[in-house]
Design a protein around this ligand. Structure first.
Ligand code: SF4
Length: 158
């Protein structure tokens, strides 16, 4: 009983720490990037939610933001970036193109990045407003808080 109490509290504490120390890697390819930049700048200030540090090295990141259209040629690169990130890691698909291919319903565009990598939160919109970006981030933080925190990191499969 005492052991369960400690494990539960430790799990909650780890979840709390992780959700407020997200280091995001913006994989920006198209116009949704403007809204991402707006969310990240002073007016909307993503830093208030503990996710203000942008990292441009996958090895230093635990949150992959896929922002914009992903072509079939880019898909293997996106997968490589994801694989290079250390566990635990999370993914947000930002905008209709990343979620489902958006208006580009054709052979050259990936019809949703979840065909390439696992996605935790989907943010719709063409483009989504910065408030929606922040709302998606809050949804991810809820998810991180509630999930079982792994001690030995296991690779997730798409
Ligand atoms: S969802 Fe709309 S705004 Fe965003 S990258 Fe696609 S076309 Fe551009």
């Amino acid at each position: 009983m005492q052991g369960n109490f400690i494990t539960t509290k430790l799990n909650a504490m780890l979840g709390w720490a992780r959700k407020f120390s997200l280091f995001h890697y913006p994989y920006v390819t198209a116009c949704c990037g403007m809204e991402y930049m707006s969310a990240a700048c002073a007016h909307f200030d993503i830093d208030r939610f503990g996710a203000g540090w942008t990292r441009f090295s996958p090895r230093q990141s635990d949150l992959l933001l896929v922002v914009g259209t992903i072509s079939q040629k880019q898909a293997p690169i996106l997968r490589t970036v994801y694989d290079q990130m250390t566990e635990p890691k999370w993914v947000i698909a930002l905008g209709a193109c990343a979620v489902s291919g958006g208006i580009y319903d054709n052979y050259a565009v990936v019809q949703g990045v979840d065909q390439v990598i696992p996605v935790d939160v989907y943010i719709p919109g063409c483009p989504p407003r910065p408030e929606m970006v922040l709302d998606g981030l809050l949804k991810l933080q809820e998810k991180i808080q509630q999930q079982k925190q792994d001690w030995r990191w296991q690779k997730r499969q798409p």
